[in-house]
Design a protein around this ligand. Structure first.
Ligand SMILES: [Zn+2]
Length: 138
């Protein structure tokens, strides 16, 4: 049994020589395929099913491809895109947290934006730019 397994492993390795294999983009595609199929369990549309099939074929095509540099570039493109998305998500996350924690007021004197923590009741605000005092509900 173990010998059998080793034989299959050897054949597989032989087959994969000079072929691209699995990268981060491939893992991402696999996650997409699983998600599409999972959603399809509930929605049962042909579109989702065929999208999953197309992605699956594409994913295998990349894995067995011998055009290493082309596949490498696709992965680089994917990683750059993912990085940009993650940066954007971090920025949104930061802005949403700021909106929950703080209130942004404009000074009635000079228009300077002033950040005030929320939930402190009526407070007196001192503008750091024009030194005008005004009161707001935070
Ligand atoms: Zn001011």
């Amino acid at each position: 049994m173990k010998q059998h397994w080793n034989e299959w492993k050897r054949r597989w390795q032989q087959f994969m020589i000079g072929r691209y294999g699995v990268d981060q983009f491939a893992r991402f595609l696999n996650v997409c395929i699983i998600l599409l199929l999972a959603v399809n369990l509930f929605l049962r549309t042909h579109i989702l099913y065929w999208m999953a099939v197309v992605l699956l074929v594409y994913s295998y095509y990349r894995m067995f491809s011998k055009h290493i540099s082309a596949r490498f570039q696709e992965n680089e493109w994917y990683l750059r895109l993912r990085f940009r998305m993650e940066e954007k998500a971090k920025r949104w996350d930061y802005q949403i947290r700021q909106m929950i924690k703080y209130h942004i007021y404009r000074c009635p004197g000079c228009g300077q934006k002033i950040r005030i923590p929320r939930g402190k009741g009526r407070i007196s605000i001192h503008c750091p730019k024009c030194h005008k005092d005004f009161t707001k509900r935070s």
